[in-house]
Each structure stands twice: as structure tokens, then as C-alpha cells.
Design a protein. Structure first.
Length: 169
């Protein structure tokens, strides 16, 4: 079974600072720029709120739902706008079990948001934790191509002093 991995370089502190920022201009931009993705999020979710509300919740500094899935999917749109997506094609054929084996807990840069119970599985990796991720992944002895791609990610992070957000679907 194939999974989709979306990877973004971001500044996790800047992402976290958006929670409760009341940045209405960024909300308008996201709603406009990602309107088709927002429709898809609404179609795929069974949450008690829609993607627009989840986005507003983040910028208002509140959570009106316990559904972490919808918040994580909206958070991905924020990362897509503020960060830069990295290639992750070498990871699509790997089993999802590697993320459990690597022993790094699901995490969001906005601590007040609920962690998704299902998909996406979200992992925030601060630049300073990159070595731990690489070391744990190497110990699993997985695909060399995926390992090479991960090493390229972290070289880029080191050079740009950025962090990493991973979304697994």
C-alpha cells in the first residue's frame, strides 16, 4: 500500500506564532489561494467543523473541535504557503510503519491543536533534532533512495536554518 508524504521546510516558531495572531490578511489569502484544496478537505472530513472554521480557529487562538485531522490538514495549507515543499517521491512506496519504528512522537508546532487520531500523521522536526531523525532512520536500514532524499532535506535545513514539517496520508 502506498502512502503520501508531504514535506515542507518552515520556521516552526513562526508557524507557532500564527496561533491567535488574528492575521486576517493571511486568512483571506489562504482561503482564496487554496479554495480547491479547502473544498477537498471539507469533502474528505467528517469533522464537526469545516476547513474555513478550522483556519479561523487557528488564527483566533481557539479550537472549536476535537478533530485533529481537520486542523492538521489546514495547517498543511499554511505550511504550503509559508514554507517550501520538498520532494518526497522516494518515500511513497515505503510502508507507513517506519514512522512508528523511528520512535518520534506525532507533534504539531501549535501545542493547543489536537493531534489527529488518524491521518494525517504529523511530525514537526526542529533543525536541532535532524541528527536524531537521520540516526534513527539509518538504524531501520530502509531504502537507500529514501535515506538519500532525507539527507538532502536536512542539508537544505542546515543551510537555510529551517525546520521540517511532515504530513503522512
Amino acid at each position: 500500500m502506498s502512502f503520501v508524504l508531504k514535506v515542507y521546510t518552515v520556521d516552526l516558531k513562526s508557524i507557532a506564532a500564527l496561533y491567535g495572531s488574528a492575521n486576517s490578511e493571511l486568512v483571506k489569502l489562504l482561503l482564496s489561494k487554496f479554495s480547491s484544496e479547502i473544498v477537498q478537505i471539507n469533502d474528505w472530513n467528517e469533522a464537526d467543523i469545516n476547513a474555513e472554521t478550522a483556519l479561523q480557529d487557528i488564527f483566533n487562538g481557539s479550537c472549536s473541535s476535537s478533530s485533529g485531522e481537520i486542523y492538521a490538514q489546514v495547517l498543511e495549507l499554511i505550511c504550503k504557503e509559508i514554507g517550501m515543499e520538498l520532494a518526497a517521491d522516494e518515500w511513497s512506496d515505503l510502508s507507513m510503519t517506519w514512522i512508528m519504528d523511528i520512535n518520534m512522537e506525532a507533534s504539531l508546532p501549535m501545542q493547543a491543536l489536537p493531534i489527529p487520531e488518524n491521518y494525517p500523521y504529523v511530525l514537526s522536526i526542529f533543525n536541532k533534532s535532524a541528527d536524531e531523525f537521520i540516526e534513527n532512520f539509518r538504524a531501520l536500514d530502509y531504502e537507500p533512495a529514501a535515506m538519500s532524499q532525507a539527507e538532502l532535506w536536512f542539508q537544505k535545513l542546515e543551510k537555510e536554518k529551517k525546520d521540517l514539517m511532515l504530513f503522512f496520508y
